[in-house]
Design a protein around this ligand. Structure first.
Ligand code: SF4
Length: 86
């Protein structure tokens, strides 16, 4: 396998992208958020994904096992140093 970027190892490759973009964080969408987070929990590049989303200020979707609201909270903290492949 030729790995050029962390996204090459993403567990969500092949999943329905809509799973990672719930319409809200409440009501029936909670089940969708939990399902997306289950995929992220088994992903080998969760830290890279979360780091990217925090640095990009990604405003929507589940990235690195976090919701937009959780990332807004995490952005209040200083970011760690980026790995070499950013
Ligand atoms: S952490 Fe989640 S959203 Fe990010 S690459 Fe892995 S499976 Fe995809």
């Amino acid at each position: 396998m030729n790995i050029e970027h962390w996204t090459d190892l993403a567990a969500c490759r092949g999943e329905d992208p809509e799973l990672f973009y719930p319409v809200s964080a409440t009501g029936p969408a909670i089940m969708q958020v939990e399902e997306a987070k289950r995929v992220c929990a088994g992903c080998p590049v969760t830290a890279d994904c979360l780091n990217w989303a925090l640095r990009a200020g990604e405003p929507a979707g589940i990235w690195g096992g976090t919701t937009p609201e959780e990332r807004r909270y995490l952005r209040l903290k200083p970011l760690p140093t980026a790995p070499a492949w950013y």
